[in-house]
Design a protein around this ligand. Sequence first.
Ligand SMILES: Cc1cc2nc3c(=O)[nH]c(=O)nc-3n(C[C@H](O)[C@H](O)[C@H](O)COP(=O)(O)OP(=O)(O)OC[C@H]3O[C@@H](n4cnc5c(N)ncnc54)[C@H](O)[C@@H]3O)c2cc1C
Length: 392
Amino acid sequence: MDFRLSPETEAWRAELGTFLDAEIPDGFEGDDDFFDNEEQVDFARQFTRKLGERRWFAPAWPERYGGMGKTQIEQMVLNEELAYHRAPAGGRLFTIGITGPTMLVHASDEQKDRFLPKMASGEDWYCQGFSEPGSGSDLASMQTRAVRDGDDYVINGQKIWTSNAHIADKMILLARTDQEAPKHKGISAFIVDMDAPGVTVQGVPNIAYRHDFNQVFFEDVRVPASNLFGGENNGWYVATTTLDFERSNIAAVSGARRTIHDLIGWAREKHPGGRPWDKPSVRHKLADLAIEAETGRLVAYRTAWLQAKGAVPNYEASMGKVWMAMLGIKVANTGIGILGAYGQLTPGSAGAQLYGRLTTAYLLAMSGPIAGGTSDIQKNIIAQRGLGLPRG
Ligand SMILES: Cc1cc2nc3c(=O)[nH]c(=O)nc-3n(C[C@H](O)[C@H](O)[C@H](O)COP(=O)(O)OP(=O)(O)OC[C@H]3O[C@@H](n4cnc5c(N)ncnc54)[C@H](O)[C@@H]3O)c2cc1C
């Protein structure tokens, strides 16, 4: 593998950096993908449209759908810079990272023309309606049903842990269209309008007392049959494609690098207890974190490089996911320790250091090994597909 990026890609990274420095106010409280107040959402809507106008939201998509026809490497560089600058990129993960690429593979030309340009322009934000109260790791056991009725399907059921459902315009939904078929074979994928009659979104406050995810209830929701994509009862195949995208984990790596750099900057300043940087143990801890973040970055680059070559990384992506979930916890834990008692202060408290971000990061890091497929499941993939070990 060649670790260097082309001069054009590096030049684009620099251009992006200048744009993001100018656009994102210092101390902006929203992060890459999650928002829990109106002000953050308004700012993110405007910012996302600006990216879309420049075709910078989905650079790896064909120009016809609002992209730049570039490779996964440029998409990765964009994701890396957005996360490093803590840009509020409007549900990028679920829209550009997950739903769009899945539709590029599975949707009809008519569906691509209908849905993709509004994703790339930053106009339509998506959420992902996969998990249900009884179906997480065993996703294929889902119970939400879609029954054909004339030109529509009628949806009934419930999704849970749906990130950003409260601010999304549309959802990529998996629902059971054949009750009799074996569990992996009777599922279909739909695009659903979040303002369709019968859709109810209820916030579920998380460990950091933030409203990031939701329960979504479907009561006789009519969805046009033309919104089913990838073929009836072929939804499991669509879902597995979905889970193959956005797997470089670069945003998590980049977010961790930014926090480490912020901590280094903070430690070099003089504080009431002295200059933390003068203590070798502080420097060693920060060096360890920086090395581990760099390891994660290289794993992420390898994953994106495989994708750019047309390969589908699976155990490589799982390695990155496990590594970054662990690093997220470690960065927050170590960071809180280096800040001392100030590390206990929440955002907005007088005396909070680094905007109190470490406190929130510490709490939210706990979800890293669970969200998007648990670390246990990732380790199963690494064991079987990476190491060739037999199923237990
Ligand atoms: C912050 C966050 C955001 C999320 N956002 C979304 C979203 O937008 N859309 C969406 O659809 N879902 C979302 N999820 C849900 C997420 O996909 C599930 O939480 C995840 O798939 C695990 O499912 P579960 O929570 O039901 O746990 P379970 O599957 O019930 O697992 C419980 C425990 O058992 C272990 N386990 C289960 N099966 C196995 C196995 N075969 N081998 C070894 N161990 C196993 C798990 O590792 C875990 O420790 C989100 C979750 C979080 C935390």
